[in-house]
Ligand binder design. Structure first.
Ligand code: ADP
Ligand code: AMP
Length: 216
């Protein structure tokens, strides 16, 4: 299955992506994770991406599209994939369609995790991520077993630099202007599945699995 995850920053895309990827045995590809890995390794791409990410802006389309295309040509994507945080602009969505069309493929489902803006700030400022494996926690809604340590790899939990209140507001603005139009884009392709994202993590996951049954 070839899927994309849509929804505002903090909607729970990364959290659900981990669960979906395990259940359906497809790779979870997060452009944000790819950029963060490059930042920590101080690559040329990381240095370039950081300038945008720290301010809550999008990394330019050309750079982002090339990275995703490269990743999708890897062997583990043959049977499907789950894109998290990509596409974020109509241009990226069109480039993805074009790339898949050239191999007679298409997106099977665009899962929109719907969360109203009023919930987002608390989710994002309370988010803690593992500095080692990238797993995502929340100080109140999804705490790790040992304070400050990752349940999966015992790595240190940190707060993302772009999860401060000012940057979150900027990211929400960017989302509504540049990414929200993708909801109609995928609706018009009849692949949009809208999921209520304000319930508990396990309930959101159940709803995702139920809605995917219809298309499998
Ligand atoms: P995204 O990838 O969409 O930016 P995350 O998956 O990182 O979002 O989730 C943002 C924050 O909200 C994290 O701290 C996560 O633990 C928490 N979270 C995710 N899903 C839920 C949920 N259904 N209810 C409450 N908190 C959640
Ligand atoms: P995320 O981890 O999905 O919250 O993304 C963190 C940041 O990485 C975003 O605020 C952007 O600066 C950048 N980013 C991630 N994915 C994309 C994308 N598809 N297009 C442009 N920028 C992106």
């Amino acid at each position: 299955m070839k899927m994309v995850l849509l929804g505002p920053p903090g909607a729970g895309k990364g959290t659900q992506a981990k669960l979906i990827s395990e259940k359906y045995s497809i790779p979870h590809i997060s452009t944000g994770d790819i950029f963060r890995k490059n930042i920590s390794e101080k690559t040329k791409l990381g240095i370039e991406a950081k300038k945008y990410m720290d301010n809550g802006q999008l990394v330019p389309d050309k750079v982002t599209i090339d990275i995703v295309k490269d990743r999708l040509t890897e062997d583990d994507c043959k049977e499907g994939f789950l894109l998290d945080g990509f596409p974020r602009t109509v241009k990226q969505a069109e480039a993805l369609d074009e790339f898949l069309n050239s191999a007679d493929g298409k997106i099977d489902a665009a899962l929109l995790i719907d969360v109203a803006e009023e919930f987002i700030l608390e989710r994002m400022t309370g988010r803690r991520v593992c500095s080692s494996c990238g797993a995502s926690y929340h100080i109140k809604f999804n705490p790790s077993k040992i304070d400050g340590k990752c349940d999966l790899c015992n790595g240190d939990l940190i707060q993302r630099k772009d999860d401060t209140e000012a940057t979150v507001k900027e990211r929400l603005d960017v989302y509504s202007k540049q990414t929200q139009p993708l909801i109609n884009y995928y609706k018009n392709q009849n692949v949009l599945l809208k999921i209520e994202g304000t319930k508990e993590i396990s309930e959101v996951f159940d709803e995702i699995c139920n809605s995917l049954k219809a298309i499998k």
